[in-house]
Structures are given as C-alpha cells and as structure tokens.
Ligand binder design. Structure first.
Ligand SMILES: [Zn+2]
Length: 261
C-alpha cells in the first residue's frame, strides 16, 4: 500500500502522533508515502521531521491561496531554490498546485488569469526540474484540462479526484494518473465512483489527503495514512477486483510515477 498524498505535519494538531502512526504502518506493510506541502517554504522543515523514514518522499508546490497568487513570481523562484537545496532523491514531485473554485474563492478574486499563471509557472518549473506534478483541481475541470493540455507530456496525477468519468477521460488521454481519496466513499460521490470504475488499472492511485477526508466509517474524524486501506477496499469493490490486487497495482503505479520508494 502507498499513500500518495499525506500532510504529515498537520496530523499532530489533530491529535494524531505522526511518528507513532508511521512506525506502526511501516511495520505493517506500508510501502511508501508522499508528504505534500501546505505552505510556501515548508519543505526543509518537513524533510527534517520525516526523512528518517526510508520510504517517505516529499512534494512541494504552491496551493492557489490569494497570498501565493499575489507573490507568485517571488514564491516560484523560492520553490525552485528549496527543491534544489533538498538532499538528492527526497523530492519526488512538484505539488500540490492547481485551481480551486470550491473552498477557495481567492483564485477568482485575484483574477482567473493570475491563478492560472501560478499554475502555469509551476508546470514550467516541473518540466525544468524533471519532476512529475500533483494537481489540485476543485470545481474547475475544464480550465484545469485546458492548462494541462498546453504542457503535453508532463507526468502527473489529478489528486483527490472529484469529477466524473467524462472529465477523467480527458485527463487520462493526456497521460495523467487519477488518484482517489476517502471522499470516494461518501454518499453523494456517485460520479466519482463512476470515474473510479473506468480508470485503467495502470493509471489509478490511492491517497488519504490526511488529515482531511477520512473515508466512511471514519468520516468526520481526522484521517491518517493507514486509512488508505479503507479507500482501497472501497475502490476494489467498485472495480470488481480484490483489495489485495488493487493494493499491489496502485503501489506499482505510485512507484512508476514517483520513481520508487
Ligand atoms: Zn492535499
């Protein structure tokens, strides 16, 4: 099992000891984990806290907050510098970054052109650094696809997938992986489940996005990386395969995208 998207540094404030959790999970077969940034400039601190676990790797990117959109030129340069300063091999992706018109009205307030530019600048940087991308996209499927189409051949994942099968088809055609989180199990997530059925076996990933989006039956509680197993069980049921087979397949897919753990 690989959790391809966790925010380890948020677990503690939600009452979960990340070190205890990681020790237990790695002892019980967790094969890898990608720790994803929350705010600009946090990569060194996250590496300091979690790089002692051999199968934890790191992604850094600029979420489309208003402050990041406004300071995009300075922050994208700083992002490049912090990634280049990291010990070799630890950073496996650029992200998460993208468009959010659901939780975050910042992008729209800042002007869609500026939010878009922050995304484009990071796609350019990923190409320059030779890193895959972790794309965040909420309530903006068309614009996301349009921007990604301008950077053909970029390896990456649409994380915490929240759209339907039609949109998935468009991202898959561009070569993206599709990653499902605990919201796959929510009552109103019928279209996400429809998408989960049609993603080819070699393009599906699993994640928790912890501490957010705990799957049923843990909904409402803080999520931790071990809950990837619940999402795997649910996705396997939807796809009509065994959880063990999906676990193996998604771990192989994660290694293919992120370069191993
Ligand atoms: Zn996230």
């Amino acid at each position: 099992m690989v959790d391809t998207h966790a925010h380890l540094s948020l677990l503690e404030e939600r009452g979960i000891d990340p070190h205890k959790t990681l020790r237990e999970l790695f002892a019980n077969g967790l094969e890898g984990l990608v720790d994803v940034s929350l705010k600009p400039g946090d990569l060194a601190a996250r590496i300091g806290a979690f790089s002692s676990y051999p199968r934890v790797r790191f992604a850094s990117g600029l979420w489309p907050h208003a402050a990041s959109i406004a300071a995009r030129h300075r922050l994208v340069s700083a992002l490049e510098a912090e990634i280049l300063a990291a010990p070799p091999g630890l950073v496996c992706a650029l992200g998460e970054f993208g468009l959010d018109h659901h939780w975050n009205e910042d992008g729209e307030r800042a002007g869609p052109g500026e939010e878009r530019e922050l995304m484009e600048m990071q796609l350019e940087l990923a190409g320059k650094l030779g890193l895959p991308v972790i794309i965040h996209s909420r309530d903006a499927p068309e614009e996301t696809a349009e921007i990604l189409a301008a950077f053909p051949g970029t390896p990456g994942v649409i994380h915490c997938y929240s759209y339907g099968p039609e949109e998935a088809g468009r991202f898959l055609d561009m070569g993206y992986f599709i990653s499902f989180a605990g919201n796959l199990s929510y009552k109103n997530a019928g279209t996400i489940r429809d998408a989960c059925v049609m993603v080819p076996p070699d393009r599906i990933l699993l994640e928790t996005d912890c501490p957010y989006l705990a799957p049923v039956p843990f909904r409402g509680k803080p999520a931790h990386p071990g809950m990837t197993a619940e999402t795997c069980r649910m996705a396997a049921e939807i796809r009509g395969v065994s959880a063990a087979a999906l676990e193996k397949q998604t771990a192989a897919n994660a290694a293919a995208l992120f370069g191993g753990f």
